[in-house]
Design a protein around this ligand. Structure first.
Ligand code: DC
Length: 216
């Protein structure tokens, strides 16, 4: 049987990873958080004092990096970095890394290889529009900036960060702007993607409406 590929795209905080993880479990397929890959490169740059605006240096880092997903963990050069890539510092720098074309080529190669080998649901920004234009199903999740900010704020305060919700909303809007306006493979809704507005909806509601569109 052909591998199933499901694309879940949308702006930061729309609920992509929460929904994709649950759908993966229900369908018993792999889940790949493609944003985590760009975060991993960003984390490695920051850790090694590499300026994320220095494209040449960032490209070198990306070429020289091994990223892997196993058992719901992300590995950077062999070490698990699930928590390290979720800091505010990484979030505020990742869009500048993700806009570098050569970095994207490298990450997209890995994503396509995974899609060749197994059935998978991937969440990101360009999965339906660029990485897998022939994906079996494409979803584009959206929510109001206030709701997206409130979700991220909850996540961060639970982890012990002290940040204001306004600050988080501003960071999210800034990130969306860079992601949507970059030259290569920007954040965009694929023409054939199904838009799901998650504002005011429970996780169960959204999972149900996504699963309801998938016929296996
Ligand atoms: O989904 P996230 O917040 O973890 O994504 C982190 C950043 O990576 C986000 O600012 C945009 C970028 N990204 C991307 O450009 N393409 C993807 N497929 C996934 C994420």
């Amino acid at each position: 049987m052909k591998n199933l590929v499901i694309a879940v795209d949308g702006p930061a905080g729309a609920g992509k990873s929460t929904i994709a993880k649950i759908v993966a479990k229900k369908l018993n397929i792999n889940y790949i958080d493609t944003g985590a890959m760009y975060r991993a490169i960003t984390y490695k740059c920051l850790k090694n004092d590499i300026d994320v605006d220095n494209e040449e240096e960032v490209k070198k880092v990306a070429k020289d990096t091994d990223i892997d997903f196993r058992d719901n963990n992300i590995y950077l050069d062999g070490a698990i970095i699930n928590d390290e890539i979720r800091t505010i510092d990484v979030s505020n720098n990742v869009s500048n890394v993700a806009k570098i074309k050569e970095v994207r080529y490298l990450m997209v190669d890995v994503q396509r290889e995974i899609g060749k080998k197994s059935s998978v649901i991937l969440d990101g920004r360009d999965i339906g529009s660029y990485v897998f234009p022939n994906a079996d199903y494409k979803f584009y999740l959206v929510a109001t900036p206030h709701e997206r900010g409130a979700r991220r704020h909850k996540e961060l305060t639970e982890k012990g960060y002290e940040v204001s919700i306004e600050e988080i909303i501003n960071d999210i809007i800034k990130r969306d702007e860079i992601d949507s306006n970059r030259e290569f493979a920007p954040l965009v809704k694929a023409e054939d993607a199904i838009e799901v507005d998650t504002t005011g909806k429970t996780i169960e509601d959204v999972v149900e409406s996504v699963l309801g569109k998938i016929n296996l």
